[in-house]
Ligand binder design. Structure first.
Ligand SMILES: Nc1ncnc2c1ncn2[C@@H]1O[C@H](COP(=O)(O)OP(=O)(O)OP(=O)(O)O)[C@@H](O)[C@H]1O
Ligand code: SF4
Ligand SMILES: [Mg+2]
Length: 331
């Protein structure tokens, strides 16, 4: 999103590159020179197809994968990039909640222990104090205290996800990265968890990095949206601009594919075929093979992010395409 000097920045990521080695294949640059910044108490939704680098970006921010280059700053203070560990990120105030796959919680620990473990590691506390600490957080996230002595297998998916959120809160974060945190849940539970996240954000002045494929959830809770394509940021700005009025052909395709959001939109674009291999992205604009507007320039030169209509966008033809849609034309 575009930096706003009038608000404080909770998290800034500058020129982040994360490259993975692959056996018998070219390296994958999963995150390719990405810069984003999250104002305090914002929710930045990170969207893009599978393999676009969303989780890798979040994991690098949380110190769970090493960055190849670039910096991550929390409230202006740089984490030791490259060597940034989950412990460093946690101490700086960043926690992560992932999709509930049943495996995120230790199956042998009762809930009170799972929730109080970060507190135990940071402070010497008696067992009774740790239970009371866990009980307080359980109340905050809407689970009865009887759950303290239950085990993960005794909980529903929604309850487990509340416990995952509780565990993150126990470390007193200012920033939480939520990677598909509501994706495995049925609709009513998903809505409850989205409501819980909104309440916690307001009560605790949290900032969220919210990764999802669920465009409805983006509209519900995001303040800003960043769109990744094969590791590159292609569009980035306030949710009102990017989702209600997308300008990049790829964002137009993503939003246009969601019936409840896209169907009223005459700006929808159909992306051709499948994404290229992230290990061998095409030259020029990485989206050019799928873009109905591609011209020779797109095949030769990589578009840089530029300011356009209240957001950042990387497309050589953004003005032409906008004019085309404004005139009601079709590609
Ligand atoms: N540990 C790893 N080793 C090698 N390649 C990896 C590793 N982790 C991710 N990748 C590759 O990096 C790219 C980005 O993956 P990532 O999981 O970040 O995408 P994503 O946007 O989160 O996808 P999804 O929506 O499916 O979760 C993919 O090409 C993936 O195969
Ligand atoms: S730069 Fe060219 S290929 Fe890429 S999105 Fe824009 S028009 Fe399409
Ligand atoms: Mg992912």
């Amino acid at each position: 999103m575009t930096p706003d000097t009038s608000t404080k920045i909770a998290l800034s990521v500058d020129n982040l590159v994360v490259r993975f080695k692959r056996p018998r294949a070219s390296d994958v640059q999963a995150v390719s020179d990405v810069s984003i910044s999250l104002p305090e108490q914002s929710t930045l939704a990170l969207i893009g197809e599978s393999g676009s680098g969303k989780s890798t970006l979040a994991r690098a921010v949380c110190g769970l994968v090493p960055a190849t280059s670039g910096t991550v700053r929390v409230a202006g203070v740089e984490l030791s990039q490259g060597k940034n560990t989950a412990r460093d990120a946690g101490a700086a105030g960043i926690q992560m909640v992932v999709q509930d796959s049943g495996g995120a919680l230790n199956p042998r620990w009762p809930i009170w222990r799972t929730i109080s473990e970060p507190h135990r590691l940071m402070n010497k506390r008696s067992g009774a104090e740790l239970r009371e600490f866990a009980a307080q957080i359980l109340r905050d996230i809407g689970l009865p205290v009887e759950f303290l002595d239950r085990y993960p297998h005794q909980l529903s998916g929604g309850q487990r996800q509340r416990v995952n959120i509780a565990r993150a809160l126990a470390a007193k974060p200012t920033i939480i990265a939520l990677d598909e945190a509501v994706s495995a849940l049925d609709l009513s539970v998903r809505n409850e968890i989205l409501g819980l996240l909104a309440r916690l954000k307001a009560e605790r002045q949290l900032t969220y990095l919210f990764i999802t494929h669920d465009m409805g959830a983006v509209v519900q809770i995001a303040t800003h949206v960043a769109v990744l394509y094969l590791g590159k940021l292609v569009e980035n700005g306030p949710v009102k601009e990017v989702v209600q009025d997308p300008k990049h052909p790829y964002t137009r395709a993503l939003v246009g594919a969601v019936p409840t959001i896209g169907k009223q939109r005459k700006a929808a674009v159909l992306a051709r075929g499948e994404a290229d291999d992230a290990g061998a992205p095409p030259p020029g604009c990485r989206f050019h093979r799928r873009c109905p507007f591609a011209i020779d320039l797109c095949r030769e030169a990589e578009p840089q992010l530029q300011e356009f209509s209240g957001r950042q966008i990387a497309c050589h033809r953004v003005q032409d395409i906008d004019d085309l849609f404004f005139e009601g034309g079709k590609p």
